[in-house]
Design a protein. Structure first.
Length: 222
């Protein structure tokens, strides 16, 4: 989702209602399966405007930076993701995993989709993003987080306590290009095994971004 810096609570609420999401605790991947337990999230609970910015990059790779931010009007927390396509092909969709940690580097189980009362807390959320990103461009998006202290009048989640997210780690599982080519991240399963549900040193969390993945395309093989 692409974010405006200033949004009203009413608009956020409406945007969170868009789409249908199915987040199941510790479910096995999405269609096609996965060797590691994770939570599939099938729809974006937030806004997406398609805004893109020209990016500077070379070689076939993708990069991202994720920051914890707050809405200026309400103070509600959200994860702000800036994703850059450094390949010479247009990205048509991506599947990536999100993990969250507190200020001490302890993993957090979140109810990732706060509008779905059936959603159960999970360490990871696997999300399918269908925003198109042209070569050399960046797209920014965000994910709203629950905070019981700031979301007055909002349905209570868990103990209704404050948001404790201080850091978030994102990693692509696969990228689909507009010409039909699919890139599967060969390091994804190792990444999931290393980070999901595990405590992580704070310095490592602080230095995780910018995150860069080298992408091998078919015309590079051989």
């Amino acid at each position: 989702m692409n974010r405006k810096r200033v949004m009203t609570a009413v608009v956020i609420f409406a945007l969170l209602c868009v789409g249908v999401i199915s987040c199941a605790p510790e479910a096995l991947g999405v269609t096609g399966g996965s060797s590691a337990a994770e939570t599939p999230c099938a729809a974006n609970p937030c806004e997406s405007t398609g805004n893109q910015k020209k990016a500077v990059g070379s070689g076939n790779s993708v990069s991202r930076i994720v920051e914890l931010r707050e809405y200026e009007d309400s103070g509600w927390p959200y994860l702000y993701d800036t994703y850059t396509n450094h390949t010479d092909k247009t990205i048509s969709s991506r599947q990536y995993c999100m993990l969250a940690y507190d200020k001490e580097g302890q993993p957090l189980k979140l109810q990732w989709y706060i509008m779905d009362s059936s959603d159960k807390p999970a360490y990871a959320c696997l999300y399918d993003d269908h925003d198109e990103i042209i070569p050399g461009a960046s797209a920014d998006s965000g994910w709203t987080l629950y905070d019981g202290e700031k979301m007055t009048g909002w349905p209570k989640i868990g103990d209704g306590g404050p948001n404790r997210v201080a850091y978030a780690l994102y990693c692509d599982r696969r990228i689909v290009f507009s010409d039909g080519e699919v890139w599967e991240n060969p390091e994804y399963e190792d990444w999931l095994e290393k980070y999901k549900g595990k405590s992580v040193p704070v310095e490592e969390l602080k230095n995780y971004y910018p995150s860069v993945l080298a992408v091998t395309l078919q015309d590079q093989d051989g």
